[in-house]
Design a protein around this ligand. Structure first.
Ligand code: 5GP
Length: 233
């Protein structure tokens, strides 16, 4: 067993097999509203790990450098150690969630262009939205880093839309995190129904963490459905 370094809301971070790596273990916990709402959902960790691993392997094949080194078991993987950029990148293709609420745009409204926005990665502050000049002013990232993360985020968006369309799923929005390693920015964290909004094509049934946030039920079943559809692409 690897030594636990830090326990987060949905993942445990452990020492890795060497000094340049870490082990990430997915948990069954579901949390929302900055940890105020919390529940254990048996099987969720395994489903998120499987979905994220499938997506990261697809992105790696398509030229995106990710932190994944090796999948150890159904909830654990070895990742490259990075210096995490304390900025979350949110990409939106369709209005939903925080965007709909903040700007009074009905959920599901198409957007004339894809949006990219940033928020501070801070549970304490509740991940507040932040603009580029504010990020560079307080030193969370440089202008070059923001440009590079935006470029990669838009490329990842195109690749993910292609993948999800084949799975019969609409990619509404998602959140990415990057880390610095050897002077490059690499994709970290996870991409799963916890960090994306995914709607079934044709019905717009929600297949993501909004099922938990909004008490819609059947979260594990929906994640299982997403995994099966991706495995069949
Ligand atoms: P919103 O800003 O509408 O709440 O979220 C936009 C998208 O980013 C959603 O797909 C949401 O799941 C994801 N997202 C935003 N912040 C976080 C976060 O702190 N953790 C996770 N896992 N996903 C997030």
């Amino acid at each position: 067993m690897y030594k636990v370094l830090y326990e987060g809301k949905s993942k445990v971070i452990c020492e890795g097999p060497d000094k340049d790596s870490l082990v990430i273990r997915f948990k069954d916990s579901a949390t929302a509203f900055n940890g105020e709402k919390k529940e254990e959902i048996p099987g969720k960790g395994r489903l998120n790990a499987a979905i994220s691993n499938l997506i990261y392997s697809y992105l790696a094949k398509n030229g995106i450098e990710t932190h994944v080194i090796e999948v150890i078991d159904d909830i654990s993987l070895v990742v490259k150690k990075t210096e995490i950029v304390m900025v979350e990148i949110i990409v939106r293709n369709v209005a939903a969630g925080g965007f709909s609420k903040k700007y009074g745009i009905e959920e599901g409204s198409p957007l004339k262009n894809t949006t990219v926005e940033f928020s501070v990665k801070s549970d304490e502050l509740g991940d507040p939205m932040i603009n580029e000049s504010q990020i560079t002013a307080i030193g969370l990232a440089t202008a070059d880093e923001l440009q590079e993360m935006t470029r990669q985020a838009l490329k990842i968006n195109k690749l993910l839309i292609d993948l999800f369309v084949k799975a019969g799923i609409r990619l509404i929005d998602f959140k990415l995190e990057f880390g610095r390693r050897n002077g490059r920015l690499i994709l970290c964290d996870e991409i799963s129904p916890d960090s994306c909004r995914l709607w079934e094509a044709g019905t717009d049934k929600k297949l993501d963490k909004d099922r938990f946030r909004r008490d819609l039920g059947n979260l594990a079943e929906s994640y299982q459905y997403v995994l099966r559809r991706l495995q069949n692409v």
